[in-house]
Ligand binder design. Structure first.
Ligand code: NI
Length: 164
């Protein structure tokens, strides 16, 4: 496994529509292993392949229940319900945060690294993460949903409120 460089906003690869994964081979496994190591090192909740410069439809999402990364290849959202409004950030937009409204429950259909289709459902942070990472695969970043970034003071207040 190896750490990969996380590209930052402004790079072309973050604005492209990624192509489906068609080869479920060792190279894909290596990419996913590297992404997991990179994500763990960065301490994030999710990472999409274009964030490491690979324009393919693959991403990782932290499953809050198992605390493991769920590997989503060629994922699509098949159902969503409810609404949540909360803090969101991105490893490609370091040190910045915004408030984004997302569905509260999201169900996805995706392939695993062997190519088998499965469905997964997430609530709260996991649901938010499904939306955020799958958007990356279409060249979108959460900042498109916000008017402005939070100030340091607002971020502090927000985190304090969440602890209560
Ligand atoms: Ni992101």
């Amino acid at each position: 496994m190896a750490l990969r460089k996380i590209v930052e906003v402004g790079e072309d690869c973050l604005t492209k529509v990624c192509r489906p994964v068609t080869d479920f081979n060792a190279r894909l496994g290596q990419l996913l292993d590297d992404m997991a190591e990179t994500l763990a090192e960065a301490g994030g909740a999710g990472l999409a392949a274009p964030q490491v410069g690979v324009l393919r439809r693959a991403c990782l999402v932290l499953d809050e229940d198992t605390e493991e990364y769920l590997e989503l290849i060629n994922p699509e959202i098949i159902a969503q319900s409810g609404e949540q409004t909360g803090l969101e950030g991105c490893l490609s937009v370091p040190g910045k945060w915004g408030i984004v409204t997302r569905p509260n429950v999201v169900r996805v259909r995706a392939q695993d690294r062997e190519g088998n289709w499965f469905e997964a459902q997430g609530e709260g942070l996991t649901a938010r993460c499904f939306c955020h990472e799958i958007e990356h695969l279409d060249g979108h970043i959460y900042t498109e949903h916000i008017d402005r970034f939070l100030t340091d003071e607002e971020l502090k207040e927000y985190l304090e409120d969440e602890e209560d």
